[in-house]
Write a protein that binds this ligand. Structure first.
Ligand SMILES: [Zn+2]
Length: 279
């Protein structure tokens, strides 16, 4: 799933290409694409795109009167639509601009989870953005420390919970834990001052690394190409300690990648369930 760096760089790309262009029409192609009935997308017709922004893992297309909030989920993409075909492959929705260009929301696969919300007023206090935690790239050490204390839980789950910290997904959670040399299963309330320092540094560093990579591209990367030291690197040598192998452990129905030497004092976590480790 695209995370904060990919969505941020894509928002910047779309903003550079489309800001200032008037919207002619919004066309839902799949009936599940538009998640809101009021206000109508029509309220943006004839309005110029003020800017394209990001909040958490959402793209925001701000037309002044209304904002389109777009969540790409796993397989969604929002791309220039050169063909403007009547029935585009994986097509979910299309924004047609007055200058003849268009943007197409596609979603590969059959899950149909990507969506578009039209909101008037401050999008931050409305569905689907209401209740999101602060964007991970804006959180300083003191705020992070407070959030950790307020939410005693496993570190990996904490990092991925959008209501606590917005924008971090599986890749960044794996990378942040590895870079800060903390176990993905560390209890957030039990981290000491050094741990919190390392964690705060790692959050910024991993996001910045992703952003630098993503800003150098013309289109959003695929997950396998993103810079990573443990995510998608299971079985490879650890680049940080140079002496261990990146391992996988199952956690809440997905795979966490980590280095035992860097993160768990050399302990290899049970790879089919965390239950033994948690006891
Ligand atoms: Zn290591």
């Amino acid at each position: 799933m695209p995370e904060l760096p990919e969505i941020q760089a894509h928002a910047e790309r779309l903003d550079a290409a489309y800001a200032g262009t008037a919207l002619e029409r919004f066309v839902p192609i799949a009936f599940t694409a538009l998640k809101t009935a009021v206000p109508a997308p029509d309220e943006a017709y004839g309005q110029e795109l003020v800017f394209v922004g990001r909040r958490g893992k959402h793209l925001l297309l701000d037309f002044g009167a209304v904002t389109f909030v777009v969540h790409l989920m796993q397989g969604g993409r929002l791309k220039p639509d050169e063909k403007q075909a009547a029935k585009p492959r994986f097509g979910q929705a299309r924004w047609r601009f007055a200058d003849g260009r268009a943007l197409l929301l596609t979603e590969a696969g059959s899950e149909r989870k990507a969506g578009v919300w039209v909101v008037a007023g401050d999008p931050d206090v409305q569905v689907p953005l209401e209740g999101l935690g602060p964007d991970a790239d804006t959180v300083d050490k003191a705020t992070l420390e407070r959030l950790l204390q307020e939410h005693p839980m496993r570190l990996h789950g904490f990092l991925r919970d959008q209501h606590i910290l917005a924008g971090v997904g599986r890749l960044l959670a794996n990378e942040i834990c590895h870079r800060s040399r903390l176990s993905p299963f560390a209890n957030t309330a039990k981290l000491d001052a050094d741990d919190v320092n390392q964690l705060a540094e790692a959050v910024q560093a991993c996001i910045n690394e992703g952003l630098a990579f993503e800003r150098g591209l013309d289109a959003m990367s695929s997950s396998a190409d993103r810079p990573a030291h443990v995510h998608n690197r299971i079985g490879e040598p650890c680049t940080q300690c140079g002496q261990d192998t990146v391992r996988a452990v199952e956690y809440s129905r997905y795979t966490v990648a980590y280095c035992p030497t860097c993160q768990t004092g050399g302990k290899v976590l049970a790879d089919n369930t965390t239950s033994k480790f948690l006891k």
